[in-house]
Design a protein around this ligand. Structure first.
Ligand SMILES: [Zn+2]
Length: 479
């Protein structure tokens, strides 16, 4: 049992899904050849002036509202001065003492072994707008090169209170935050491409002590797995330092995923090292209450509220509600199929069992192998007794990747369900006659034997017999 408690706060950099950069009209598309999406402004050439992207402000306000933050009517852009090869201006346009938004919270679900999942509220200190830097690349032999395509891309930095107490809580916070930002169309949630990045401030303190310990900042952890691993490693490392009588020093540390270790990068800068001052080339950012209210009316239902509604109004289990809201497009597909079919649970089950296996998601988009209307029609065929549930899976497999109507596939496969009672009786009778021992056992009270006969009939009819009718016929014959 550890004598220490971890104290963790996260800083998330989320690229805003604007087509163009924060202060110029260069494209933000990912994957273009290096240094092809640049102009004097984002290259930081002398005399070039920034002009704020209005769409970026709208998306930033959406993020603030989703995080229950207050939006400031007048905020200030500030220069954060530092030198790095990926920052040609020598400063980053950010916000400092007057960010556009602050004082919010995010509710996460925390699971503790042996008890019910509980909701934990994590404070959001602030969210501010800033521009991204370029990218240094070191995989070119003994030279490093820089790609400035990313330079000037609009970001929000979302800073949490140090409310998180374990690596698991930190990972849950990140997942919840990412899900919300993707759901509201603010960010594409792509950790691998770096459009959603996380730094973690980690410190430990003796249990019961209120004062925070000295923290290390873990930089750019680019997967949920690494977040857990890096924080757990860091907690253990700091415990080791304290237990051996040492002192934790304030520093910036990186994560070496191959070695599974954090390593010291540099001693951590203090805010004053950046010589923040108000950006002279940009006026104060004015966001009116009317604009905030206008944005509020376009906000979709957030994932947690949607899950609660699916459980309350649709009769879904909490697990099903979770699965059906993992991606906005999955939710859209489910709701569209429900609108056409009418039964929440039948549609929900089928989407989970079959449709989700073939879905490819990428950022905000998802590619389905079938359409919602195909699924609705297929389930109607089951409802009408034309095919069995088992046959529906076969039809689905044939339907994947085509736009064929399920009824046509049913015809093609010649699998119209047998509902002719004469034909069903005939097969049932034969099956019972061929298994006298099992029939005796059933009659002697071993009712589970019915399943044995049902299985035989289904095998004989290649699954095409109506199961209710088979059950009824067998019970009659065996009684
Ligand atoms: Zn540009």
């Amino acid at each position: 049992m550890s004598r220490y408690e971890a104290v963790i706060g996260l800083e998330v950099h989320a690229q805003l899904l604007t087509k163009t950069k924060a202060f110029c009209s260069c494209s933000t598309a990912f994957g273009a050849p290096p240094n092809t999406q640049v102009c004097p402004t984002c290259l930081g050439l002398p005399g070039a002036l920034p002009v704020l992207n209005g769409k970026a402000v709208e998306l930033a306000v959406r993020a603030a509202l989703a995080l229950n933050c207050a939006v400031r009517n007048e905020s200030i852009f500030a220069r954060k001065n530092y030198f790095y090869p990926d920052l040609p201006k020598g400063y980053q346009i950010s916000q400092y003492d007057r960010p556009y938004s602050e004082h919010g919270y995010l509710d996460i679900t925390v699971e503790t072994k042996g008890s019910e999942p509980a909701t934990k509220r994590v404070g959001i200190t602030r969210a501010h707008m800033e521009e991204d830097a370029g990218k240094n690349m070191h995989e070119h032999g003994d030279v490093s090169v820089v790609d400035l395509n990313r330079s000037g891309t609009a970001l929000v930095e979302i800073v949490s209170e140090p409310d998180l107490r374990s690596a698991d809580e930190a990972a849950e916070y990140l997942k919840t935050l990412r899900e919300i930002l993707v759901f509201i169309g603010v960010n594409d949630g792509n950790l691998e491409e770096g459009s959603f990045r996380c730094d973690a401030n980690v410190s430990i303190r003796p249990l019961g002590q209120e004062k925070f310990g000295t923290r290390a900042e873990l930089k750019n952890i680019n997967s949920f797995k690494f977040v857990r691993e890096a924080i757990n490693y860091e907690i253990a490392r700091q415990e080791g330092v304290l237990e051996s009588g040492g002192k934790v020093i304030q520093e910036t540390r990186g994560w070496d995923e191959k070695a599974g270790k954090t390593f010291s990068m540099r001693s951590k800068e203090e805010a004053q090292d950046y010589r923040y001052f108000p950006e002279p080339d940009l006026p104060p950012l004015v966001i009116s209450d009317a604009f905030v209210e206008e944005v509020r009316t376009t906000m979709p239902e957030l994932p947690a509220a949607r899950r609660a509604r699916f459980v309350r109004d649709h009769g879904q289990t909490p697990y099903a509600a979770q699965v059906l809201t993992t991606h906005p497009e999955v939710t859209r597909f489910y709701e569209e199929a429900v609108a056409l079919h009418g039964d929440f649970v039948k549609v929900g089950n089928f989407v989970q069992a079959e449709v989700l296996r073939d879905v490819q998601t990428r950022g905000l988009t998802a590619t389905f192998s079938v359409s919602a209307s195909q699924v609705a029609e297929l389930l109607k065929l089951v409802d009408q007794g034309d095919i069995s549930g088992k046959q529906a899976k076969e039809v689905y497999a044939k339907m994947v990747g085509t736009s064929k109507a399920p009824a046509d596939i049913v015809k093609e496969l010649g699998m119209q369900q047998v509902t002719d009672s004469g034909a069903i009786d005939e097969v049932c009778k034969r099956v019972v006659d061929e298994s006298p021992k099992q029939a005796e056992a059933y009659k002697a009270g071993k009712v589970a034997m019915l399943g044995y006969f049902v299985g035989l009939v289904m095998k004989e009819t290649k699954g095409s017999a109506n199961p209710q009718m088979v059950n009824a016929a067998l019970k009659r014959l065996l009684s």
